[in-house]
Design a protein around this ligand. Structure first.
Ligand SMILES: Nc1ncnc2c1ncn2[C@@H]1O[C@H](COP(=O)(O)OP(=O)(O)OP(=O)(O)O)[C@@H](O)[C@H]1O
Ligand SMILES: [Mg+2]
Length: 305
């Protein structure tokens, strides 16, 4: 199966300053997005995520490398017809209402009036903005604008949706709603590529991720392959046992009211703690094995070597 997006060895430099000095921002980026998946593009601030996406959209031109979009060279208008894009900082016309704003974009795609009206009503409902559709956009909060931006990215019923920080500026409930919309897009057979700084959001919904640091892809693949399932340590919360007795078994001790939280690295020691608690007629309140998270992997990669 052909990938929906294939990026091969893309380089991009920018010249800045009074005496122009070239800085290479993308240093040979390669990755591909398969049909029907949710792909997370992850990296610290300034890593080059937006620059990569702008290259894919044809808003800037790479110095070197090849990009293929929906089976065509990426600048082909037939490929772009089937693409939806939410920019990092979308520009909104202050005096248009949400409905007028979407209508404007619908017209750009040449969608006939009746189909446009029907689609706009459906999208406004989908992003939870149907009740505010008559308000001018300047009266919208950041989270509300983000939702209208997402509706705009879907106006042409795209096969492939690229979202640059779609969860930025949203409260936890709003984030969940947008995550659900993204999951729903996958259910409809669409492909989604999005960037986010909130690793949990990526962990919750992405099939595969690529991690970019300093203009290089340091890791990519299925989340389950990147993040090891191995238990790193176990957190045990107990009560009814003397602190001194526990100190020998757990690494870091945190005391909360009458409860003690222990970080236990050696698995044998977990068993010892259980025996000790039983002997003292104490209680186990929780026992949580901690595996590696995307955050651990990310922090390891981003840390200066
Ligand atoms: N037009 C430009 N001219 C000069 N430098 C640029 C230009 N666009 C981006 N850069 C630089 O390229 C680097 C990468 O920027 P980019 O916006 O791609 O990062 P990002 O990964 O999207 O970061 P963030 O998470 O903050 O959105 C930054 O150091 C930025 O200053
Ligand atoms: Mg960015």
């Amino acid at each position: 199966m052909n990938p929906v997006l294939s990026i091969e060895n893309v380089h991009k430099s920018f010249s800045t300053g009074f005496i122009p000095k070239k800085r290479e921002i993308l240093k040979g980026i390669s990755f591909s997005v398969a049909e029907g998946e949710i792909f997370g593009y992850l990296g610290p601030n300034g890593a080059g995520k937006t620059t990569t996406l702008k290259s894919v959209l044809g808003l800037i031109f790479p110095d070197e490398g090849r990009i293929e979009l929906l089976g065509r060279p990426h600048l082909d208008p037939r490929a772009k017809e089937r693409l939806g894009f939410l920019p990092e900082n979308p520009y909104f016309y202050d005096y248009l209402t949400a409905r007028e704003f979407l209508d404007f974009y619908g017209q750009l795609f040449g969608i006939p009036k009746s189909a446009r009206d029907e689609r706009i009503a459906r999208l406004l409902k989908l992003v939870g903005m149907d009740r505010s559709s008559g308000l001018p956009l300047r009266k919208f909060s950041r989270g509300m604008l983000q939702r209208v931006g997402l509706a705009q990215a879907l106006i042409n019923d795209p096969a492939f949706v690229i979202l640059d920080e779609p969860l930025g500026g949203l409260d936890p409930l709003g984030r969940k709603e947008i995550r659900d919309i993204i999951l729903n897009l996958r259910r409809e057979g669409k492909t989604v590529l999005f960037t986010s700084h909130i690793l949990q959001d990526i962990e919750m919904i992405c099939d595969r991720v690529a991690i970019i640091v300093g203009g290089r892809i340091l890791s990519q693949g299925k989340l389950t392959d990147l993040v090891s399932e191995k238990v790193l340590f176990t957190e045990v919360t107990v009560s009814g046992v003397e602190l001194e007795e526990l100190a020998a078994l757990g690494e870091s001790l945190t005391v909360q009211a009458d409860r003690v939280l222990l970080k236990v690295v050696e698995e044998d020691k977990v068993q010892d703690i259980l025996t000790l608690v039983q002997k003292n007629n104490g209680r186990i309140h929780s026992l949580i094995p901690r595996t590696q998270t995307l955050e651990d992997l990310f922090v390891d990669m981003v840390k200066p070597q």
